[in-house]
Structure formats: structure tokens, C-alpha cells
Design a protein around this ligand. Sequence first.
Ligand code: PLP
Length: 394
Amino acid sequence: MINLANRVQTLTPSTTLAITAKANELKAKGVDIIGLGAGEPDYNTPENILKAAYQSMLEGKTKYTPAGGLPALKEAIINKLQRDQNLTYGQKEIMVGIGAKHVLYTLFQVLLNEGDEVIIPIPYWVSYPEQVKLAQGVPVYIEATASQSYKISADQLREAITDRTKAVIINSPSNPTGMIYSKEELAELAEVCREHDILIVSDEIYEKLIYGQTTHTSVAELSEDAKNRTIIINGVSKSHSMTGWRIGYAAGDAELIKAMTDLASHSTSNPTTTSQYAAIEAYNGPQDTVEEMRSAFESRLEAIFPKLEAIPGFKVIRPQGAFYLLPDVSEAAQKCGFASVDDFVAALLTEANVAVIPGSGFGAHDTIRLSYATSLEALTEAVERIHQFVSSKW
Ligand code: PLP
């Protein structure tokens, strides 16, 4: 018998990946499943990026690189931050890692001592609490309800802070809610962080996917103080449809970045070399494909939102960014005779053949998450199936 380490005893596998695996299993048996679970764009990586990667391999750039990323990639990221957000960083303030997920993991490993608290708004991205716990930290949750557009207030943040609080995570645009904090809302949160001297982990991975009149502000843009206490987390996965390449980065305090880089030097050696060359092209090359994908997601959202809203017992807020919808389906689940939304989701998969993610994985038990990073045809069919399923059981 293998005795696993205590640190993994309470580890919950990612719900998103679990439901996708179940859906794939059914698909392999020939069942016509429509998957709305995906957390990734359904486009291939743009061709100029593919070519740059191939070219780098032909040129023999296939060896180890510095642990925290190639200077040329850091330069491309520095330019991106200057261009898009008017933020100035130096090479020592950037660390490139194997996707934003692993960058966050590395951050918590170097930041937290046992018992240190990290404030996480609910609904949250599945990996935040697990990563904090793996670093022996304690997740402290603040519930952001639908009535507050799934965003925490400065008062809520103030109340959650203790003398063990080390950081708060702000994910805007948010997975799973699609909500975006306005400049004013961020300024209020940043002020509380200044008062209590806590760090802000600003996960901006969906920065490029924003819709309608909404604009995206990074909390680091607000003031010198906000910039100094913010670690920006971002990457190419969602903006350039590069989820499989695994390139993300952190931008922030040089001491923190050095510690993260030192840890990476013993855990990963470096982010995959070819992927780094691809990411250089992603940031330095033409950006029109980023806009093309954004605009396609927006059209799908426009088409699908009214259909989803029309399902009995579904309450849904129009997302401002990312590519997820998070309807509260508690009424539908109950009226259809299910004890929980999780049971409703399980039946949707086996009876209506639609795979969605139960909100329980995001701390939002009344909701389900649907990704619209799939074709409009599949989306329309899936929402029709859900509608019929609910109507037939109501
Ligand atoms: N942060 C959020 C909110 C995400 O949704 C994801 C991916 O789903 C990530 C970070 C990780 O992205 P990456 O593919 O760069 O690891």
C-alpha cells in the first residue's frame, strides 16, 4: 500500500476536467454528447504563431532556456503590458511559467507559510483554493451573490481580513461568472488592500475577451501603490487560443519574481522552449486574430443568451467577458425533482446528452457553468436540449 502525503489527502480533482472526462467516455461509446464544459477557445492557434514555433525548432532553438523565461519573451511581455495597460515593468519583474495555472501554483508556494490566509471570492476558479491549500495556506471565502453581480464589495473585503491575511485574488474578467470589476470598484478594493497592507493577485487571463461597452482595467494601473502590491497573472492560453502550449506569466515585485524563478529552476527548469518562441510571436506579431476570436465569442453570446434566459427556472446575468454563462438553475433543478444541482447536471449528461459543469466546483452550488467556446450550431442544439429536458420534467 502506498501512503500518500497528507497534503494531497484533501485534494479535490478539477471538476471541469472530471466532467469533460465523463463526457468523453460517453462519446467514445457513440453517444451524441454536446460538451459545454470546455475552458478553451475552439480555434486553432493562429498560423503566424505556429510558423514561428516551427521556425524556431528548425533553427535549433530546442534547448533549455533561463528558468523564468527567455529575455526576448519577457521583453515581448513587457511591451504588451506597456502597450495595453500603460504599465512599466523590467525584466526582473517578469516570470514566465508553464501556463498561468502553474505560475499561480508557484506564487502560492513562495508566498505562503502554514496558516497564512488568502481571500478568495465565490464563485471562484476551481484551482485557487486547492493551490492555496497545497501551499499550506488557508482559503478565506467571500460570497459574491448574483444580486451583487458576483463581485465582492470593499466592505466585504475589509471584514474578511485578519492579521493572517496575505493576499486577495481578483479574477476579472472572471471564470466562471464573466463579470468584470470597474475601475471604481477596483479602486475601492485596492484602498482596503493598502490600508491592511495585503497583496493583490490579479488574474487577468481573460483580459482580451470582453464584450459590449465594457472595458478592462488592471488593478495595477490604478496607482503606484496598487501596482507595487499587485501580481498580475496572465498568459497566451485564452487570448491567442494557445491552451496546449502552456505559457503564462507573472508581473510584479522583483523579490517575489526571483523567488518564483528560483523555485521554477528546481521544479520545471524552464517553460517549454518551442512554446516560448510561439508566445514571442503571439505578443509581437499581428493581433487581428485575437479580435476575430473575441468578436466570434460575442456573437455567440448574443445568439445564445436569450435562449438560455427563456428556459424555465433559469436565472442568468449577461456576462461581460470570458466565455462562460453561469445561470442559477436552483429553481429548475427543484421543479424537475432533483435534490441538488449536481444531480440535475448528472441527468443532463445522461438523459439530455449535454455536458455542463456543476457550479459546486466553483463554490456556487445553485449554478451551472456553460462555455460558449464552441460552435453556434452545437450551442443552439445544446440549449434546445436543455430546454426540452427541463420542460419535460417540470
Ligand atoms: N485562471 C483562470 C481564471 C482560468 O480560467 C484559467 C484556465 O482555465 C487559468 C487561470 C489557467 O490558464 P493557463 O492555461 O494559462 O494555465
